[in-house]
Design a protein around this ligand. Structure first.
Ligand code: AMP
Length: 511
């Protein structure tokens, strides 16, 4: 039996367990420091409490809390006891929480006191067996209950196929789907990343990502835990906090918006980061312009990687070797990728099509959705990522966009990214999104939603005229709208579904 992820993590920690695992700066109260011994002891107590409550292996534990070391210990306690971790975004509203709880049927729900009333009511109505707030509850919080636990429970023996976590995908369309990730998926991906990015126990990871998502929870925490590195644990991305903490870190992981925010002021420069070993980016496309500006300002080439909830990380730019802006690098060791036509033909280098992935990182399917899961796999265990991509002659993977964002105008395929890159290159433009909307003649047509740089101006006609010089006519958007900001989710992804809805009538169809 292969070791469970928990056993693997425990074996990877430094022999000296008094070393700091997590330091959580707190401007008001000073830093909270957890050694590896603290982390393991808390994890053990939480796992014992789960058993005391009557949870058995495979039971789901749902957690909707602010980021804290205790939240990480709840995750690790699930791994230790063979329970299935189900993190929920703290921003989810009652209906979303209700849907997830109804779908996943957790045996235990732990939430932040700030959402306690709402979640308690949902759990009561759905007759969920156990509900706690994490802390500060007059009725007795989870932390209070765990403080009374004295017994030790041995770590469960888990096989690679056993479920470790269910993460609901951001679900920009339709109902969220629970991606089932196994101990084997998470271990394989964690080890591949740790090695590819050369993590050791000499590292300090500045962790500013949320941990209800694969990026902050798996990519970041597994790299640190599987190498015994320390984490500086920020509750959320705050530009000032990040700039203050960077001098003590060796690695920083971000979504592209973290980098644009860091670059937004002149106080971010070479000095506080000259000693850093690595900056990584993912979850959304990093503009080549951001990559170049970051390099010019700091001397560091951001390492961009690509993954998704269902697969963990698939590709990464090289640690050694050229990190190419606008690409997501090569498949990680053990991971295979290929680009296929709509007809299921393997495409050659340079051709654009649907990206498929195969490897030990690929999830087991969607929770309680066997048909949906089966639809997403093709023969030979290849998973259809839904991303449109091209692999160049040197093997670098280029993402072109999500398949569902593809625009088919008058029968021709229009890839939004190609147009967005041209619009973004205009000196007046900060960023843009191209979305397809109903068109009376072409079926569908692109509209451009554009954010201008402060103090700059360009009008619709001028912008379109410039595009007409560079693009075949069918690719040129039919309308341009100027906005203050593009709508983004917490991971920095532009929510194109909202834009499609807002501009639905822009071309006179779509009623
Ligand atoms: P999620 O499941 O929320 O992690 O979202 C996964 C999706 O994010 C992928 O299918 C891609 O469309 C997108 N994504 C992740 N990393 C990148 C990247 N480096 N560049 C562009 N898109 C990315």
């Amino acid at each position: 039996m292969s070791p469970s992820l928990y056993t693997l993590i425990e074996a990877s920690l430094p022999a000296d367990r008094t070393r700091t695992a997590i330091e959580a700066p707190d401007r008001a109260r000073g830093p909270r420091i957890w050694s590896f011994a603290d982390l393991l002891a808390t994890t053990s107590r939480y796992a014992a409490l789960f058993s005391r409550l009557g949870l058995v292996r495979g039971d789901r534990v749902a957690l909707q809390v602010e980021k804290s070391p205790e939240a990480l210990a709840v995750y690790l306690a699930c791994l230790r006891g063979g329970f299935v971790f189900l993190p929920m975004n703290i921003a989810y509203r009652a209906d979303e929480v209700d849907y997830l709880i109804g779908n996943a049927e957790p045996a235990l729900v732990i939430c932040d006191p700030s959402v306690g009333t709402v979640v308690r009511e949902i759990c009561a109505r759905r007759k969920m067996p156990h509900f706690f707030t994490l802390d500060s509850d007059a009725g007795g919080s989870f932390i209070d209950a765990a403080a009374e636990v004295t017994e030790e429970v041995e770590p469960a023996e888990c096989s690679a196929e056993d479920l470790a976590a269910i993460l609901y995908t951001s679900g920009t369309t339709g109902k969220p789907k629970g991606a089932m990730l196994t101990h084997g998926n998470l271990a394989a991906n964690g080890l591949a990343l740790r090695d590819a990015w050369r993590f050791t126990d000499a590292d300090t990871l500045l962790h500013a990502l949320p941990i209800f998502h694969a990026h902050g929870l798996f990519v970041a925490c597994h790299c640190a835990l599987l190498s015994g590195a320390k984490m500086i644990w920020l509750r959320k991305f705050d530009r000032e906090d990040v700039i203050r903490e960077l001098p003590r870190a060796t690695v920083f992981m971000g979504v592209p918006t973290f980098y644009t925010r860091l670059l937004s002021g002149d106080d971010f420069c070479r000095a506080p980061v000259s000693h850093m070993r690595l900056f990584t980016s993912g979850s959304a496309p990093l503009l080549a312009e951001t990559f170049e500006e970051f390099r010019a300002r700091t001397g560091h080439a951001i390492l961009e990687r690509y993954g998704m909830t269902e697969t963990g990380m698939n590709t990464s730019n090289p640690y050694e070797g050229e990190r190419r802006p606008g690409t997501v690098g090569f498949p990680l060791p053990g991971v295979e990728v290929r680009v296929m036509s709509d007809e299921g033909e393997l495409l050659a280098a340079g051709e654009v099509g649907g990206l498929q992935v195969r490897g030990p990182n690929v999830f087991r399917g969607y929770w309680r959705m066997p048909e949906k899961s089966a639809e997403e796999f093709v023969q030979g265990n290849w998973f259809k990522t839904g991303d449109v991509a091209m692999i160049d002659a040197e093997g670098y993977v280029h993402l072109v966009g999500r398949a569902k964002d593809l625009i088919i105008s008058g029968g021709f395929n229009v890839y939004p990214k190609e147009i967005e890159e041209l619009v973004d290159d205009m000196p007046e433009v900060l960023e843009s999104a191209i979305v397809g909307v109903p068109h009376p003649d072409f079926g569908e047509a692109g509209v451009a939603v554009v954010v201008l740089r402060q103090g700059h101006f360009i009008d619709e006609a001028d912008l379109l005229a410039r595009l007409k010089d560079r693009l075949a006519n069918y690719k040129v958007p039919k309308r341009v709208f100027f906005v203050e900001d593009l709508p983004r989710n917490t991971m920095g992804k532009v929510q194109k579904n909202l834009l499609r809805e807002e501009y639905r009538m822009a071309c006179g169809a779509g009623a």
